[in-house]
Design a protein around this ligand. Structure first.
Ligand SMILES: Cc1cc2nc3c(=O)[nH]c(=O)nc-3n(C[C@H](O)[C@H](O)[C@H](O)COP(=O)(O)OP(=O)(O)OC[C@H]3O[C@@H](n4cnc5c(N)ncnc54)[C@H](O)[C@@H]3O)c2cc1C
Length: 347
């Protein structure tokens, strides 16, 4: 996540992985958890709109910026709060960079988040959309979310049953009631990964789905796969100036899937739903990798990533997103929905 100096810039493009977004009304940097609560409480009391921003890797902020208080989360810390024979519970401060925590877990022989290696952003944002990749989701390991409840002005400890974790969703997404302060993860004491569930990862590891591999090998392989798709941040590589996947994979009911009559790859869910890869829909609707808009383009490495090539604006990024969304709708009758949170702008 970008370093914050004593005199932070107020142009929000400095704090988003898209390098887009206009000015903040006021920007405050919170390096302690108490400070996060105090900043949000004061802004609320003064009637100012509040935007919580951490790694800026899942937000699209309008060119007009955010006319309120932006609280940049930079509270750090990782500590073991429970030890058991076969597991530990680790409490991670919201502003802790996510991948530093994954590296910490792998180094200490703690299993459960290794396939989430290389995902940008903060630990505290992971519950927001139940971050997931390569067969793991944080909803599998989170045992509690410590959140400031703006409605009641209190700090709550929320078990997973209150978090509503689902595919790239939770009670926290598109809901500014809760500010995540810390997250507790239960990790297994194991030098081996959790069973590998994702076919592409298993293939690259040379194992069968369901097998386990050494933690470090799982991490290294995921990082390599992600880097090949421009899914690990690299400031020199504009294919990574993105929010990762711009669209979620559409999930439709079995009847709708049958009615669509698509000869497309798909993943049947346990509940009778069918998930369709958005990347396949986009490519087959006529939008290949590298498809360009005005200063923006589909990544040359991954069809799902819309990227700023350096001269883009939020409006030009959204124009490209609309072209893709409308093209997919016309060709296949399927609606693509954005994965990032849109702030002061709309698709
Ligand atoms: C190259 C790349 C690859 C990616 N790959 C993946 C992937 O594989 N899987 C995946 O799930 N995501 C992926 N993402 C998306 C993103 O990294 C994650 O969603 C990440 O968790 C966002 O963290 P952040 O700190 O950057 O959140 P931000 O972008 O700062 O915030 C995102 C949203 O969460 C809110 N928020 C953030 N922190 C808090 C908090 N503590 N309390 C309350 N609200 C908060 C913000 O207000 C905003 O609405 C990728 C992004 C990029 C750029």
């Amino acid at each position: 996540m970008p370093d914050v100096t004593a005199a932070p810039q107020t142009d929000l493009s400095a704090y988003t992985t898209l390098r887009l977004g206009g000015p903040a009304g006021i920007l405050t940097v919170a390096t302690e958890t108490d400070q996060v609560v105090a900043s949000v409480r004061n802004a609320t009391a003064e009637g100012r709109p509040v935007l919580i921003l951490a790694g800026g890797s899942n937000v699209v902020i309008g060119d007009g910026g955010f006319d309120g208080m932006v609280v940049l989360l930079r509270n750090r810390g990782v500590r073991v709060v429970e030890e058991h024979a076969d597991s530990v519970v680790v409490r991670v401060a919201a502003g802790e960079p996510w991948d530093d925590f994954v590296a910490y877990a792998v180094e200490r022989g703690l299993s459960g988040v290794e396939c989430l290696s290389g995902i940008p952003g903060s630990a505290g944002a992971t519950p927001i959309q139940n971050v997931g990749a390569y067969g793991q989701e944080v909803g599998h390991t989170i045992v509690a979310v410590h959140a400031y409840d703006r409605e009641h002005g209190t700090i709550r400890v929320m078990p997973p049953s209150e978090c509503g974790f689902a595919y790239r969703a939770s009670v926290f997404k598109h809901n500014d009631r809760f500010v995540v302060l810390e997250v507790d993860f239960r990790l297994a004491r194991s030098a081996e990964s959790a069973p590998i569930r994702y076919a592409e990862l298993a293939r690259n590891l040379g194992v069968e789905a369901g097998d386990r591999v050494p933690l470090q090998l799982a991490r290294d392989t995921v990082l390599k796969l992600r880097a090949g798709k421009g899914m690990v941040l690299d400031s020199d590589d504009r294919d990574t100036w993105s929010v990762g996947s711009f669209f979620t994979n559409p999930v439709v009911g079995a009847d709708e899937w049958a009615a669509l009559g698509l000869d497309a790859p798909h993943w049947p869910g346990d509940d009778g739903t069918v998930k369709i890869p958005a990347a396949w829909l986009i490519e087959n609707a006529g939008f290949p990798k590298g498809f360009a808009g005005d200063g923006v383009a589909i990544s040359s490495k991954h069809t799902l990533a819309l990227t700023n090539r350096g001269a883009g604006t939020t409006e030009s990024l959204l124009a490209l997103a609309r072209t893709v969304r409308d093209g997919v709708r016309e060709r296949f009758g399927v609606e693509l929905r954005p994965e990032p949170v849109l702030i002061n702008c709309a698709l």
